[in-house]
Ligand binder design. Sequence first.
Ligand SMILES: Nc1ncnc2c1ncn2[C@@H]1O[C@H](COP(=O)(O)OP(=O)(O)OP(=O)(O)O)[C@@H](O)[C@H]1O
Length: 239
Amino acid sequence: MTVTSMSMSYRKTTTPVFSEVDFTVPAGRLVPVLGSNGAGKTTLLKILCGLITPSAGSVTVQGEDVVRRPVAARAHLGVSLYPERSFYFRLTCTQNLRYYASLRDLYGARAKREIAGLLDRVGLEEFADTQFMRLSLGQRKRLGLARALLGSPSLLLLDEPTANLDTENVARFHEIIAEHADGGGSVLFSTHTEGDLEKTTDRFLRIAESRVLSLPKPEPEPTAASESTAEPMTLQEAQ
Ligand SMILES: Nc1ncnc2c1ncn2[C@@H]1O[C@H](COP(=O)(O)OP(=O)(O)OP(=O)(O)O)[C@@H](O)[C@H]1O
């Protein structure tokens, strides 16, 4: 994905959420996006998947412009936003995924197999026939991840995917995205959790003052046993 000179304001009179932003998400990368409340993380994800049109600049995925060629671009994207409101509340997990699979031209036995595999992968196999409205927040989040993975898109855009997850499911999430990256896919995800940086690739994005900065991942704190005298860069310094 390539973002070029992208600017966006909700209203002409207010400070822009983004001003002339440039960055790329190379294949095989896991890219966390940090930023304080209201910095623009959800807005950025909505721009990247074409739900919000930027005031200037462009966003392309696999060479397809998300504004000019939205259908072609979205075929390469798996998206989960937060809070998750786009499932049918009275349909079961399987019924919901079957519907979304059909939007990706996945039908019949192939869809059935893929949906069962994904529910198993996110740990929701025993909730396959449970209505969406009966799921907990963490279970809804995991169903959102399963839906984003349908059809194996090359880039996942995930808004706070570890919010509401217990420790076991945070670990499962990191395993799933690491597998996705091993297969050549990439993941851009927003987070408020420093622990999410540890398991990801070398750089992260930080939104501040209408800009998106690409920063090196902070080094882990040295242990008491470490003899190193090097001063590690902390997350606060990186900010
Ligand atoms: N629909 C909207 N209309 C006008 N302003 C909006 C709208 N949605 C968001 N904003 C504003 O845009 C800015 C960025 O909001 P956004 O939701 O993208 O932030 P965020 O980084 O995701 O925040 P959080 O960490 O709280 O989820 C905020 O100042 C917010 O008030």
